[in-house]
Design a protein around this ligand. Structure first.
Ligand code: SDX
Length: 396
């Protein structure tokens, strides 16, 4: 036992820990949040109800949900000084750079109310992060395109308010598209938590040193940014655009993905744990097909979407991919949906961070509430030089 993390050489560099939040069976393709199947939550629940579930262990009663929604809506605004943090960035900064900076900076605004040993203050930090992420995410987009900041609206649902924060303009009323609202709710539920993935393990490790929750979540956002993890949804669209521009047949790209000497990989395929179909991908695939089937024939992304559908079929029937259980993962489809909703590619990983914040902060709260919790200290397999004596420079 190495503190909170148990080092298991069988897993090489993976540190593991115990949790009651998410159950994942990669071979069976099973995903449960607090015991509830992801398929049932995606069909019947709302994102804020799932936030309540992950944070409080049980589904809320009607009154508990209403109280939770009201309380979250009381935290959606940012301290007025935070806007100047945004204004310090270049307009063309990647929104993930802005978001990781602003979330970490929240530590400067709540330093008198983020005692990690006080359950009530831990819960308030969680509520602040859930509530403020849509505002931070949307403002990072608006700042990058020169739109003025707009304030959250407490009369809208969480998903409606995010779309309003992103796309409304002060000069006219804004009504979000109900299909987009439903799609966003489902995508956020599917991305809410995923056991000990790279970014969640980063949050746990950062939090295990008793760093404050905003700093720990900022570390998780930084880890999520990588194209092998949350950055994959952005990398999928960039890959599809490269394929479209190249005019080369899909077989050329699939062959490159198989070539050991070529670093090219099909983004959106494969998974560290799922060696069966990602259950989230099954759900989001239907959503993507629903939305794509409704798109007008002259939609500028129709060609790109056709390539995505063809690539999915080619990979699903290719021996190399089948032999390695490389199926489309959740990131293969989410970007297609975001694009059809008018969300720019640069914002895709921010969308992932927006949804995963509840998973990160629930796991952080679980860890900090555990009396046995100690600083994480994964070990290594030392592969370096044997002990040897120093040689003065003029003798080398
Ligand atoms: C997420 O951990 C989580 O839970 C993550 C996540 C979450 O919700 O937090 O689910 C979100 O990160 C999903 C994954 C998004 N990433 C991508 O789509 C990037 C493309 N995928 C690959 O980089 C890769 O599949 C990984 C990183 C996702 C998984 O890597 P693994 O499990 O370490 O697989 P591997 O590298 O051991 O590959 C096994 C074989 C290798 O070939 P061989 O050496 O056996 O001959 O499959 C090949 C790999 O070369 N391979 C691929 C491939 N992914 C693996 N070949 C072509 N294209 C790919 N995408």
């Amino acid at each position: 036992e190495l503190g909170y993390f148990t080092y298991d050489p069988g897993f090489m560099s993976t540190a593991s820990c115990s949790s009651e939040i998410t159950y994942l069976d990669g071979d069976a393709g099973t995903l449960l949040y607090r015991g509830y199947p992801i398929e049932q939550l995606a069909e019947h629940s709302s994102f804020l109800e799932v936030c309540y579930l992950l944070l409080n262990k049980t589904l809320p009663t009607k009154q508990e949900l209403a109280d939770f929604e009201y309380m979250i809506s009381r935290h959606t605004m940012l301290h007025d000084q935070v806007q100047y943090f945004f204004r310090g960035f270049r307009r063309d900064a990647h929104p993930m750079a802005t978001v990781v900076g602003v979330v970490g900076a929240l530590s400067a605004f709540y330093h008198d109310d983020m005692n990690i040993h006080d359950p009530e203050q831990r819960k308030r930090s969680a509520h602040r992060l859930i509530a403020k992420m849509p505002t931070i995410a949307a403002w990072s987009y608006r700042y990058s395109v020169g739109l003025p900041f707009v304030y959250p609206r407490n009369d809208l649902s969480y998903a409606e308010d995010f779309l309003h924060l992103m796309f409304s303009v002060p000069t006219e009323p804004y009504t979000p598209d109900p299909l987009h609202v439903k799609a966003l709710e489902v995508i956020m539920i599917l991305h809410a938590d995923h056991e000990q993935n790279a970014s969640t393990s980063t949050v746990r490790l950062a939090g295990s040193s008793e760093a404050n929750p905003f700093a720990a979540v900022a570390a998780g956002i930084a880890s999520l940014w990588g194209p092998a993890h949350g950055g994959a949804n952005e990398a999928v669209i960039n890959m599809l655009r490269d394929i479209e521009k190249s005019g080369l047949p899909l077989s050329h790209w699939v062959d490159r993905a198989k070539d050991k000497n070529d670093r090219f990989r099909l983004m959106g395929f494969g998974h560290r744990v799922y060696k069966n179909y990602d259950p989230r991908a099954k759900i989001i695939r239907e959503l993507a097909n629903d939305i794509l089937d409704r798109l007008p024939a002259n939609d500028p992304n129709q060609k790109l979407f056709a390539i995505a559908r063809e690539l999915e079929q080619v990979a699903l029937n290719d021996e190399y991919f089948k032999a390695r259980n490389l199926y489309p993962n959740v990131d293969f489809y989410s970007g297609v949906i975001f694009l059809s909703m008018g969300i720019p590619v640069s914002m895709f990983t921010v969308m992932f961070a927006l949804a995963r914040t509840i998973g990160w902060i629930s796991q952080w709260d679980e860890m900090m509430g555990d009396e046995e919790s100690r600083i994480g200290r994964p070990r290594q397999l030392y592969m370096g030089a044997e002990s040897r004596d120093y040689v003065p420079v003029n003798e080398r």
